[in-house]
Write a protein that binds this ligand. Structure first.
Ligand code: GLN
Length: 309
């Protein structure tokens, strides 16, 4: 097996040479002005190490990757009752699509499309105030990453709020069907803020360890969630984590992964590694173009796959 460090160095070199880097998200100025040239990657392994290359210590907007953490937090609070409000099937549609919602009576297909993540956020609000719900998400991420510096980019949150008409439509639709229980403004406020959390690849790779290592943080052997729960979140990442490109991602990379429009991807090689990659240019489906390619290269070089040794 080649050394991880050497493989990452090679990937950084190959990605630097790519001319087609995709298109940076342009719906808010904070994302539109991120230089497309950035590329970072970090891999947290079972022995407690994090091997990094490229811009692995530059913060970026995690956006929809936050949906993995909100799903974990809400399952911890209400368990399987969540599945009365959110499905577990790939949508085959864009992340912000509204088309299925009417047919399916306001029940979103899965927790990773926007509608599903908004329903998860509503469930997470429970009896608490928006600020408390947000606090529990942020505390969870800081805990699993082992880093108290992780915070919310307030400018991103404000811009999300100012431009989030489609998300407001999804939320109002679900509220009309009784799927959302809280005022739409409260739910969206929490949703926009958790999408606006900023992290580096190093922090994100650390935060994903509980998914890679059966619900535990390997170095300290702390239990975060049960083995079953970690497996199930991974299953959803594999089937739904890249929206209408989830099948293609599974085919090319072969690992559970969750993308965000900030250009980040969190991927999990169960029992072996938690991987974070960041390249801000997106493909047509809103997933990182070079992030996906880099993960494809890494998984092949290290022979990491959930589909066989
Ligand atoms: N904040 C973005 C939105 O709600 C997140 C989408 C994404 O990362 N795919 O539109």
């Amino acid at each position: 097996m080649p050394s991880l460090k050497a493989v990452l160095a090679e990937i950084v070199q190959e990605m630097a040479a790519q001319t087609d880097r995709g298109t940076v998200a342009s719906y808010i100025p904070e994302l539109a002005r991120v230089p497309v040239q950035h590329f970072g990657i970090a891999v947290a392994t079972a022995d407690g190490q994090v091997v990094c290359a490229g811009d692995a210590d530059t913060s970026f907007s995690i956006q929809s990757i936050s949906k993995v953490f909100t799903l974990t937090v809400v399952l911890g609070q209400i368990g399987d009752a969540l599945w009365q409000r959110v499905g577990r099937e790939p949508s085959g549609n864009a992340f912000n699509s509204i088309v299925q919602l009417e047919h399916e009576r306001g029940i979103p297909r899965n927790p990773f499309i926007n509608a599903g993540a908004i329903a998860v956020t509503d469930a997470l609000l429970g009896e608490s105030l928006p600020r408390e719900a947000l606090g529990s998400i942020l505390s969870f991420i800081r805990f699993v990453a082992g880093d108290e510096r992780i915070s919310i980019d307030k400018d991103v949150a404000r811009s999300e709020q100012e431009t989030g008409f489609l998300n407001a439509a999804l939320a109002n639709f679900m509220r009309a069907f009784g799927v959302l229980k809280h005022p739409v403004e409260h739910v969206l406020g929490v949703y926009f803020h958790h999408c606006a959390i900023a992290m580096t690849c190093r922090q994100l790779a650390m935060a994903g360890r509980y998914l890679a290592f059966s619900g535990r943080l390997p170095a300290s052997d702390t239990s975060v969630v049960s083995t079953d729960r970690a497996r199930r979140v991974n299953a959803l990442m594999l089937t739904c984590g890249h929206y209408d490109q989830s099948g293609d991602f599974a085919f090319r990379v072969g690992l559970p992964g969750k993308s965000g429009v900030g250009g980040g991807i969190l991927a999990v090689a169960p029992g072996t590694a938690s991987i974070a990659v960041w390249s801000p240019g997106l493909n047509q489906q809103g997933n990182s173009l070079l992030g996906t390619l880099a993960l494809e290269r890494l998984a092949k070089a290290m022979q990491w796959s959930v589909f066989g040794a």
